[in-house]
Design a protein around this ligand. Structure first.
Ligand code: ADP
Ligand code: MG
Length: 475
């Protein structure tokens, strides 16, 4: 670095420091490094293209005044913009941008502090304040790799997560999208990656955020006119973890802003980790350009754990809680709760609670009642629409036919069956069922239910209908 450049820049800085808010100074001027002074041109290094744009947009006047003061009217400013790990080059390199200000400015080179801890970031968690605080990762240390049990169902996601944690931003798994159904460990895995990165690279800025909070922050930033601060904050993060991105569906504004943040991070070799309850192809109302970004890296599905994995998860949990339970009980739980790890844990917690508060033993009857409750509570209620669709399809007619006023026997029967199942499988009132199935009144529905009951006792064919439909409609 040229000695002169430093001298000149230091003087500029002290002028600037006196004229802007301390927080702004810290954020926007401390990271700058003077690089060289040649003739009337001062080259400063800035950490990113975004940084350069921000300076040009907000601080060009004060920069100019400072430089002219130090170097005279012909002062020119050149930015040396650090491009880390961009697509075109694996190695960090810099690109030169002249200041847009036609009036020549002189400036010095700028360097980024490599020690990221010195960077202070604007924190949207306290928007609209102007304060900047060192950001909290929002990571939950209880969700780590040690207690994330490996199985066939999660091997790909887990391994990719470990690879990403070893080399954030440095693998082709960028973004890493983890997707899968409820309670299969997406949030746990996302935290585990963040926790591991924090462990290995304490200087990296890691941020975990749910898509819902992200949306809320964005909306707040628009209201309080701090949208730029919001964007800038997210663009300075090294590892961004966004949980449940499916919530961005239909949120056009947030998708736009996320698209820009994503591009910036990706271009600068920063790591992005996303989770979603759906595969990218199934995400509705998500902008195509965003979806295509999601597919740039790796999409790893978390599937329902197999029996062995369920047993391991249960045993591991019990071991950590220092609880001993008979094997047959553990097996009973693993056999009956199949698709949701959160429920597996829920049953264990209920068991432990019953045993310690009600002084009950860990017995099969106890575990049966608890498992039953879980299974029943989580059974989804079918909708009347769904029932009508299934019944119509079964009788090879369309829903409008089923709802029509016709008295043709097979259509009447189909309609009565739909009403009967609506009564049996939903909490809807007779009146409400009637109004949804062809605008009938509650008496018609009641009559339908009675008819179906009678017929299924007396008519073998009819009984088959009821049995078939029961199977089709049970979730
Ligand atoms: P999701 O975000 O997919 O809905 P979570 O990550 O919240 O699911 O997981 C639900 C619960 O199951 C959490 O308590 C989590 O710790 C636990 N869990 C999920 N996968 C595993 C696993 N492979 N090993 C141990 N616990 C797990
Ligand atoms: Mg989750």
């Amino acid at each position: 670095m040229s000695q002169n450049a430093s001298l000149v820049w230091d003087k500029c800085l002290s002028f600037i420091k006196d004229n802007i808010k301390p927080q702004a100074y810290k954020t926007w001027f401390e990271p700058i490094k003077p690089i060289k002074l040649s003739g009337d041109a001062l080259t400063i290094q800035v950490p990113s293209k975004f940084f350069y744009e921000w300076l040009e947009e907000h601080y060009i006047k004060i920069l100019r005044v400072a430089l002219v003061k130090e170097m005279g009217d012909d002062a020119k400013l050149i930015y040396d913009v650090k491009m880390e790990n961009s697509y075109s080059s694996k190695k960090p390199h810099t690109v030169k941008f002249p200041s847009s200000n036609r009036k020549p400015l002189n400036s010095q080179g700028i360097t980024i502090p490599l020690d990221i801890d010195k960077r202070e970031l604007r924190n949207p968690f306290i928007i609209p304040g102007i304060q900047k605080v060192k950001i909290e990762s929002q990571l939950n240390p209880n969700y780590n790799f040690n207690n994330f049990i490996e199985g066939d169902s999660n091997r790909l996601g887990r391994s990719a997560g470990i690879a990403v944690a070893n080399k954030p931003g440095g693998t082709s798994f960028n973004p890493l999208l983890i997707y899968g159904g409820v309670g299969l460990g997406k949030t746990h895995l996302a935290h585990a990656i963040g926790v591991d990165i924090k462990d290995k690279y304490p200087e990296k800025t890691v941020l975990y955020i749910s898509a819902e909070s992200f949306i809320q922050q964005y909306v707040d930033s628009v209201k309080s006119n701090t949208r730029n601060d919001f964007i800038h904050f997210y663009q300075m993060i090294d590892v961004l973890i966004v949980d449940d991105v499916q919530f961005l569906s239909g949120k056009k504004g947030t998708q736009d802003v996320f698209f820009h943040i994503f591009n910036h991070l990706h271009q600068n070799g920063k790591q992005v980790i996303l989770t979603s309850d759906k595969a990218p192809v199934d995400m509705q109302e998500m902008e195509q350009r965003l979806l295509s970004r999601f597919k740039w890296g790796l999409s790893a599905e978390l599937q329902s754990p197999d029996y062995e994995t369920r047993i391991s998860i249960l045993e591991n949990k019990l071991f950590r809680d220092g609880v001993v339970m008979p094997e047959e009980i553990i097996e009973y739980i693993a056999k009956n709760i199949k698709t949701n790890i959160r429920e597996l844990e829920g049953v264990l917690i209920s068991m432990i609670a019953q045993a310690s508060f009600n002084k009950k033993e860990y017995t099969l009857p106890l575990v049966r009642t608890i498992v039953d409750k879980f299974v029943k509570n989580t059974k989804k209620e079918v909708s009347i629409d769904y029932i009508q669709k299934v019944v119509s399809k079964y009788f090879e007619m369309d829903v409008t036919t089923l709802q029509s006023k016709t008295r043709k026997r097979h259509i009447v029967q189909a309609r009565q069956l739909a009403m009967y199942f609506a009564k049996r499988l939903t909490k809807a009132s007779l009146a409400s069922i009637g109004s949804q199935i062809g605008s009938r009144d509650h008496a018609t529905v009641l009559h339908a239910c009675k008819t179906v009951n009678n017929l299924s006792d007396t008519d073998r064919q009819f009984r088959t209908y009821v049995e078939d439909l029961t199977k089709k409609l049970s979730l």
